[in-house]
Write a protein of this length. Sequence first.
Length: 154
Amino acid sequence: MDTRPETTPRRILFVCLGNICRSPAAEAVTRALAGTRGLTLDSAGTGGWHVGKPPHPPMRAAARARGYDLEALRARQFGPADFDRFDLIVAMDPDNIAEIERQRPAGNTTPVLPFTGYAPETGARAVPDPYFTGDYAGALELIETCARGLLARI
């Protein structure tokens, strides 16, 4: 799968289910690894259950142990307006992609790509949700690999 957008994205949105584990971690990890590239990064969830809440405490702790700060992040829900606000939307799993695509405005061409497409060497089709698996360290390791791959391609 080609994960290179047609233009170089400057505004990237990471999306998962609730925006309390995978997508805020992807935002923070990518921000840390991107350094001074001048990217605008954000995250959102397809569901609205956690809007306004900080990332899940075990994810914050796992991220902190790896040197990433999620403390200032707050969950928000993905919406159709995000297609116009971002140059690239990166989803954590196929269900997220389906929900994002369901909300796509007619005529919009913003790419929606799987995060794991930036790390084909892992063989992963999705970033497993640690809220359900309990494997926060494993999710972060995969997120770091995907973030490095993303940054190498833009």
